[in-house]
Design a protein around this ligand. Sequence first.
Ligand code: PLP
Length: 627
Amino acid sequence: SETYGIRAWGRNYFDISENGDVVVSCTTAEGEKVRVALPDIIAGMKARGFEMPALLRIENILDHRVRMINEAFTKAIEQASYQSIYRGVFPIKVNQQRHVVEEIVKFGRRYHHGLEAGSKAELMIALASSPDEERYIVCNGYKDEEFINLGLRAVQLGWRCFFVLETLSELELIIRCSQQLSVQPILGVRVKLSSTVDGHWKTSSGDRSIFGLTSIQLVEVVERLKLAGMLDCLKMLHFHLGSQIPNIQNIRQGVQEACRYYISLIKEGAAMGHLDLGGGLAIDYEGVSQCDTHSKNYTLSEYCIDIVEAVMETLDPQGVAHPVLMTESGRFTVAHSSLFLFNVLEVSNFDPVKNVRLLPDNMQSGHYDEKLRNLLDVLECITPKNVQECYNDAHFYRSEIRRKFNQGQADLRTRAVAENVFLEIIQRIQEVAASTQQIPKELTNLREDFADIYYGNFSVFQSLPDTWAIKQVFPVMPVHRLQEQPTREAMIADLTCDCDGKLDNFIGKRHTIPLHALEEGKDYFLGVFLVGAYQETLSDLHNLFGDSNVVSVRVTGDGEFEFVREIHGDSIADVLSYVEYDPRILQERFRDTVEQAVRSGKINVETRREILGAFDESLRGYTYFEH
Ligand code: PLP
C-alpha cells in the first residue's frame, strides 16, 4: 500500500487485501462494513461478456458521498446554532450519465438533494426526475427564451427552480417571459468576486473571470427589477470560485466577500434567503493533504464549518437572517464512485538483449569498429567513483556510432550492438549507483529515463481526457499481485497513434510508476481511480475508439455484490455512424470490392464468404483490443 499510497487517497473506500488484491470497502444499507476484491468484480464482468477496458461504478460510494456532504453541513449548522438549513444540488455537467443522476436523486431524496442545470438539455433531465417540492433546481449558464419558458413552467408545476442571472440581457428576457406566462420567477444573481483562488481553475475567480456580474451591473439588476415590481423575486446570491479549490483560506475569503454582496442586496430591498457557493470542494487525488493543484489542505468537515462560521461572522453583526446554504458540489459527489479498468497488452523495455545474433561476422572474429571497442571498454571499467564519467563517455561513443551509421560508415549490426552495449552500460551504472549513496544528480533519474512502456488497452482521449487536457493526476495502480514487490518502472501508453496518448503524470510529480513484470499467458489489470467527475462526457473519439463498457455494482455483503446496471461500449458500427458513415453502405461497398476479386480470379467464393463474414463481425465488435 505504501508504493501506491492507496490508504491516503483511497479514503477508506479502497485498500489492499492480504492476498494482494485491491478491495472496495463499503457500508451496506444495513450499516455493515464489507469488502469486495476488484479481481472478483472483473471476473464477474468477463463472465457476463464485458471485456476490458471498462468503467466500474460503485453505487454504495455514490450514496455515501451524498450522505457525507449533507450530514457534514447539518452537523456544522447544528454545532454553530446556525438558523437555517443546507440544500445541496448536484451539477449535472459533472456526470450526466442517467444511472449516476438517477442514483443521486434516489438516494438524495432523504436530504432533498437537488440538481443544477447549465443548459436546456440538463434542465430537461432535472425536470424528468421525480418531483419533490423541497428539492431545488438551479439553472446556470446562458439562457434563451426556450430555456427560460421551460424553467418558468417548472415553477408553475411547483419546483423550486432558480434562474441564476449571468448577464443583464438575460434579465430582460426573463422579465418578458414571466409576464407573458404570468409566472413569478425565482431569481438568483451570480456575482463576480474579486477574491481569487489557488489551483488549476484560478481564472474562474477574480476580476478577469468570464462569469458573473460586477457590482455596477448588480445595481442595474436591482433597478430593473424594482422598475418591473419584481425585486421580491430576487432570492439568491450565487458565486463560483472555480473547481478543485485546494486552499481553504480562499474559500473563507470568497464567502466573506459574497456575504457583503448578500447584505447589500437585502439592504436594497431584495428578498434573498439563499446563498449558493457553487462548486470548488476539492478531492485529494494525491492523498497528501496539502495546498496543491491535485490535493487540498482541508477536510469536508472543515469546509462546512468554515463556511457556516464565515457566513455568521459577516451577517450576524448586521442583524441579517441566515440564508439557506447551498453548494453545487460535483467533483466531491461523484469522483470516488467510478474507476477505470484496463488490461496491459504488452511491454517494451530498454533492457539490453543478451543475444549474440546481433553480432556481424567480422565482430565474431574479433574485428570491432573502433568506437564500439571504446564503448565496450567503458562497460568494463564502471566503478562507484567514475559513474558520471562512464555515463558521459557512453553517450559520446554512442553518438559517434550513430553519426557513422548516418554517413554510411557503420552498418546496421554495428549500430545495433552499440545501442545494446550502451543499454548494458546504463544498466550497470544503475546497479553500481544503487549500491552507493553518492550518485551524481544527473544520474538520479535514470530509472525514469529508461523506464518501460506498458501498452494499455484503452484510449486516454476517450476515458481519461483530463490527463491529457489539463495534466490531471489520477491515482493509477495494479488491482492485483500487490503481495509481490513491483520490479519494473514504467510509463503507460494507450492504443491511439498519438504521442499524447499516454499516462505519465503520477502521484508525487513522478513520470513513471512501479509495475510488475508481465507473466506469460496471464492478464495484468490496472485501475485508474477517482475518475467519476467530468471524464465521461468530456471524452472524444480520437482514432475512433468509442465508449468503453460500463458496469455499476452494488456491494451487498462481504465478498458479495450485484451487477445493477450494465452498458455495452460502442461497437465499430456505432462509432462509424457518429462520423456519418452508414455501416450498411460500407458493407455494400466492401462487398463490391470482394466480388470484383472473385470475378478477376484473385479469390474463390469460399474465401469471399470468410472475408465478408469477418467484416460483418468486426462491425459488431468492440473498438478496443479483443482477445
Ligand atoms: N457550479 C458551477 C457554476 C460550475 O461551473 C462548476 C464547475 O466548474 C460546478 C458547480 C462544479 O464544481 P465542482 O465539481 O468543483 O464541485
